[in-house]
Design a binder for this molecule. Structure first.
Ligand SMILES: [Zn+2]
Length: 290
């Protein structure tokens, strides 16, 4: 009698421990898997699956927040239309250069505040490039890859037949489709695409103002001078600024979810793993912007 009581007590405790050991996430996964299996292999495995279904609580449907939606891989690689995206705003004429441009609304709101503050100090900031989708970057890249557009006066498809070397040459001026921070709507180019513009006169005043104040509005220069601190990636770009409160998360999401092999869908994409484009270019940024 005593042995039987002990056995049932042991069985009860053991069952309790088994179910408690399953983390919440695993419970949800097993329910999803079981219900999916049930629909396809209903007849042969019905009995044991039904037993499991009764014991496991129904999954809680968690609402997808806006931030979670932003971690979508298609978004990170620029595969969406900014003009139709709810979280993007059109750049006003007074902030741009006449072209139709879009930015993530949070980034644009912060830019507007920075623009006003700069103006009070006699500095006029002008957005010359903002969100650039995958298809836009693809057309630039492929034109250079195939020789349709010359790079430094050369048809690269003939001058540099080897894929890794050809990609590195194009990357001196253009980013690879799927890897540009301009896909995210958090990054913008200001006033000029030449470092020399920011080294004297009006341009120097703009750069000095940005260096001193941009951080107060959440902006950071990701392509700082190359050196010990930043050994890989693009050369310095004094015109390119990123809105950190949003882009820090997107940078981390990119690192966590996208590998070199995921970078594809254009001519020359076989070069992405050869040059380690994710580590060296996407993540080869100023540490203070990470
Ligand atoms: Zn840029």
């Amino acid at each position: 009698m005593k042995i039987q009581t002990f056995f049932y007590l042991f069985l009860f405790v053991a069952l309790g421990i088994t179910s408690c050991n399953l983390p919440a996430g695993e419970n949800e996964n097993s329910v999803t898997t079981n219900s999916m299996v049930n629909t396809s292999t209903n007849e042969t495995t019905k009995e044991p699956k039904d037993t499991v279904m009764k014991e496991i609580p129904k999954p809680i449907e968690k609402p997808v927040t806006k931030d979670q939606a932003m971690t979508d891989i298609g978004y990170l690689m620029g595969k969406f239309e900014p003009s139709k995206h709810k979280q993007f705003s059109k750049v006003k004429a007074m902030h741009g250069n006449g072209r139709t441009m879009y930015l993530r609304t949070e980034a644009y709101n912060a830019f507007e505040k920075m623009f006003d503050a700069a103006k009070k100090d006699g500095v006029v900031l002008q957005i010359i490039s903002a969100t650039r989708p995958f298809h836009h970057q693809k057309s630039i890249w492929e034109a250079k890859w195939t020789g349709g557009r010359l790079v430094g006066g050369k048809n690269l498809s003939k001058a540099i037949p080897e894929p890794a070397a050809r990609a590195l040459e194009i990357l001196k001026f253009s980013s690879m489709p799927g890897t540009s921070r301009h896909h995210w709507g958090t990054d913008l180019d200001l006033n000029s695409l030449e470092n020399s513009y920011f080294e004297k006169g009006k341009g120097l005043k703009i750069y000095e103002w940005l260096s001193a104040h941009a951080k107060d509005y959440g902006f950071c220069q990701p392509y700082s001078p190359k050196g010990e601190e930043r050994p890989h990636g693009y050369e310095e770009e004094k015109w390119h600024w990123t809105y950190m409160p949003v882009s820090q998360k997107l940078t981390a999401d990119f690192a966590a979810q996208i590998q070199n092999e995921s970078i594809k869908g254009f001519k020359g994409c076989e070069s992405a793993p050869l040059i380690d484009v994710v580590q060296k270019y996407v993540l080869g940024i100023n540490k203070s912007c990470k």
